[in-house]
Design a protein around this ligand. Sequence first.
Ligand code: FAD
Length: 505
Amino acid sequence: MRIAIVGAGSIGLAVAWRAAQSGAEVVVHDPDPGSGASRVAAGMIAPVTESHYGEAALGPFMAASADAWPGLARDLEAASGLAIGFRDVPTLVVGVEDGDRAEIDRQAELYRLTARNVETLTARAARKVEPLLSHRVRGGVLAPEDRAVDPRVVHDALLIAAERAGVELRAERIDDLAELDADQVVIAAGCGSASFVGAGGAGGANDGAASDPGSGPDFPERHRDYAGTATDEGCLAARSEHSDAATADGRLRGRDEAASEGARWTLPVRPVRGAVLRLRTVGDQPLPRTTVRGYVKGHPIYIVTRESGEIVVGASSDERGFDRRTGTAGVVHDLLRRAIELVPEIAEYHLDEVSVGFRPGTPDNLPLIGRLDSRTVAATGHYRNGIALIPATATGVAALLAGDDKAIPAAFDPLRFGPFARQRPNDVTRRQRPENPLSDGSSRLVQPGAPCADPIPGSGQRSAAPSASAPESRVPAGSDKTESRGDENGHEAADDTSTHEEADS
Ligand SMILES: Cc1cc2nc3c(=O)[nH]c(=O)nc-3n(C[C@H](O)[C@H](O)[C@H](O)COP(=O)(O)OP(=O)(O)OC[C@H]3O[C@@H](n4cnc5c(N)ncnc54)[C@H](O)[C@@H]3O)c2cc1C
């Protein structure tokens, strides 16, 4: 089978590598491999501390992927000859004020729903685990099963491993999928995935036309109508853990009808900007021996350490199209100040780099993975978890390409929004009311007909559910300060298009 993959970020390359290992003939197309989010990411593999209210459907996939990481790390290191910086060190989540501590206790309830190991620690116990913590830290939570990798080396290693497995890399941008000479096409173009359009339905053939090549600032407008259709049952279906059996029939019937009416798919991926700082130790300065996450006056922050002496401090999260520059000075200020409050030693390190990337966000924060039509598969929209989800995505998509239609959870169906989601029977939405507290404990629970969790991209409409993380995790009850960056610093926020600036992976 000849497979064309659009996008050589870590997702596209991992799928290519696995598909080539299964015997497929694979070509990856990308004008600038590694120019996307994959080389900006901090590299946390955090099924526990990245769990968020309203994202229950992601939990099992995150868990499976995290469990598969050690094996993938071994395979990748053997195939590439590179050490990818896989670190099996615990994650500590700490706070310095009462409100921050209260928020951590609340998060801990959510973490425990993952059924993974979570321990509450006193301040003294937390400092024993991480001696570099500030004496102001009031205790926290230990998540020993969250881990981290170095995403830049992972990307380098995937390039080598894929090439050694026979994958051909072509340095070209793809605007028209129909021109690709392949039996199957995989769209793994991160935020660039939004530019493709095609016909769908069970027997639909992809026409591959690009709706508007390029991912300029105007792109969200193209999804105005499309995202609007995600306000009904598609939204609930995406959150369901039971959607396989409940929707299989209705989904296919709806798709064939929609396709026969000339409906076309697009992928509602939008750029969620994030900046991280890369620092380095000087001489024999001590390094944190854990991944430190925490809250400072209600604002989340993380510090990820590599054995190489690199420290990543992150991350901001806001939506300004593809603007890489506006407001980055304030972001550097805020991230450093918060990191130093938790780990004072950070002030002694060398600031090496400020990098800005765009998380491929979706209307419900779940990825878009699955079949779009008989020739086209989506593997995109991984938002803030694309590094953590490399193993599960690569294995699942390779299996899907090999004919296993059940390889990917139905909740990630890339046709769950838009015209192909419209014709689901009504009873499906009723049956799919989430029962798990991860889903329905939130005020974001979407009722049929109510607006979907996220705004219509580009419309200026902001929902009560910001994209980067659950609002519940960003505004601690009783925190000493819960305002945005502007308020916290006594300034106005730089501009009102910035939804928030938060530490998010
Ligand atoms: C600040 C920040 C911190 C993060 N931290 C974490 C973390 O700790 N853990 C985690 O799991 N995730 C994290 N993420 C998220 C993660 O980086 C992304 O989810 C992941 O990298 C997405 O990978 P991708 O391969 O889908 O997309 P990308 O890495 O963006 O790659 C897409 C590729 O597609 C190419 N492309 C685009 N359009 C076309 C076209 N038309 N033709 C050909 N090629 C095209 C681009 O050139 C690019 O190389 C973070 C993200 C950010 C921004």
